[in-house]
Design a protein around this ligand. Structure first.
Ligand SMILES: [Zn+2]
Length: 464
């Protein structure tokens, strides 16, 4: 296991620890709610039972799902005939309870371990999930951190289940009078912008954590300003950031965050702004407020910005082979496993082992430009010669293969076979917005710029 994966493990362990605490209290609340409901239900049931007695004996209801949990699943009351109790013995009836279990799929889970945490033990349910065409997708799609929740009775018989496939859809299973039924349900979103601002005191993630901004958004910010700000080195205490991003809600609950719509970063007194505008393919592209593209034909750093790489001290790296063949590249110190991105659109020219480079990828770009990525621990799965990659695609992972003394990425930039400094030679590809798009963009831009300005001002006000 490499360092990166260990860190991710720890991160996810902490995450799960936090989640399970949260879950425990949620579960308690749910159980309390159920207990309360059951009690009330029982009283009602007895009244009903007594009033119906002369007509058709006693019926009791099972499988009433509390509505708070699965709003969109139709709940059905399964009515089952029972024999009359010998005496008016209410204590045995009170033992009839349903339980809700809310879980996350864990990294080392199998389908059986998930079932046992959810307290699902009846053969009929387990067979159904394995064989039903809709339900069986659960077994083939278990991924860490996905939500799964189930309602069972006190003997472990499944009553209903909900499995989150992705942020847009889930699989629902319910018990009916004739057996189990499964369906795939698509959730409807309501999209609303989320406005946040944060002051930097130590790192980008420190600031975004404090402001409760998701990592996914922090990484987008780092990437959109990549050519201007090195978020691992350039940040100053007192820098600040304002961001507007998409939030997708379902019944008031934030289910998913989308793209950054606009961002402003003040670094060392200098203001950087980005306005998002979707191209015709639906991909969000970023521009300056007056419509100049922030897209560069080559990334400054081919390393993916992440919580792990951002906190990695480059001081630990001592390349004794800097002089190797009059060292013609740039060395980026980073923990093993850090993801390496294609710095520009290209065709894969070489994937394999080559002398001192160890595991190396060579990419061929337009205009006679090639880029080289050395000492990789491994390659992106399936990457092979002739493949087309676009800027930002993951091509491999940092390692220390070949002639290397510590984990780092050795990066070379060549123009017609001659080594060049990628920082000075890579010219920005300028795609200013024009025509019809420019009109639409200007409207979006002036609105977002005004909002960002307000956010920035309130940030300053808060500091005073
Ligand atoms: Zn090197």
């Amino acid at each position: 296991m490499d360092i990166n994966e260990t860190n991710q493990h720890n991160a996810s362990f902490n995450y799960f620890a936090k989640e399970s605490l949260k879950k425990a209290s949620e579960q308690n609340a749910i159980l309390a709610q159920i207990a309360h409901k059951t009690e009330r239900k029982l009283k009602l049931r007895w009244i009903l039972a007594i009033s119906c007695l002369p007509l058709f004996g006693i019926y009791t209801a099972f499988g009433l799902a509390p509505q708070t949990m699965i709003g969109t699943i139709q709940t059905a009351a399964v009515v089952e005939e029972i024999t009359l109790p010998q005496a008016a013995d209410s204590t045995t009836t009170i033992a009839e309870q349903n339980f809700w279990y809310k879980e996350h799929v864990r990294r080392d889970d199998t389908f059986n371990t998930v079932l046992s945490r959810l307290n699902i033990h009846n053969r009929e349910a387990i067979n159904f999930i394995h064989t039903d065409s809709v339900a069986s997708e659960i077994t083939s799609s278990l991924r860490p951190s996905r939500n799964i929740e189930a309602q069972t009775d006190n003997e472990g018989n499944l009553i209903s289940l909900k499995y989150q496939l992705d942020s847009d859809q889930f699989i629902a299973i319910k018990q009916t009078a004739t057996g189990y039924e499964a369906s795939k349900i698509v959730q409807k979103f309501e999209s609303r912008p989320i406005l946040k601002s944060a002051e930097i005191s130590s790192s980008l993630f420190g600031a975004t954590d404090a402001a409760n901004i998701p990592d996914y958004i922090a990484v987008q910010i780092a990437e959109m300003f990549e050519s201007e700000i090195d978020f691992t080195k350039d940040l100053r205490r007192g820098d600040h950031l304002s961001v507007i991003y998409e939030g997708n809600y379902n019944q008031g609950e934030l289910l998913k965050t989308g793209d950054v719509l606009a961002a402003e970063f003040v670094n060392n007194g200098k203001i950087y702004q980005a306005i998002g505008y979707r191209d015709e393919s639906g991909k969000m592209q970023y521009y300056t407020p007056d419509g100049k593209s922030l897209h560069k034909s080559f990334l400054r750093s081919p390393l993916e910005f992440s919580r792990i790489s951002s906190s990695f001290s480059s001081g630990r790296f001592h390349p004794i082979l800097q002089r190797l063949k009059a060292h013609k590249g740039t060395d980026f110190a980073a923990p093993t496993g850090t993801r390496v991105k294609a710095s520009g659109d290209a065709k894969v020219d070489f994937v394999g082992v080559k002398g001192g480079y160890g595991n190396v990828v060579v990419l061929k770009h337009d205009s006679g430009i090639s880029t080289v990525y050395g000492h990789l621990s491994r390659f992106a799965a399936g990457l092979s010669r002739g493949d087309k990659v676009v800027q930002g695609d993951i091509i491999g992972y940092v390692g220390t293969t070949g002639m290397s003394t510590g984990p780092h990425l050795h990066y070379e930039f060549l123009v017609n076979g001659v080594h060049r400094d990628p920082m000075t030679v890579a010219l920005p590809k300028s795609f200013p917005i024009t025509g019809q798009d420019k009109v639409a963009f200007d409207a979006v831009s002036s609105q977002l710029t005004a909002q960002i300005k307000l956010l920035g001002n309130s940030n300053i006000a808060a500091l005073e």
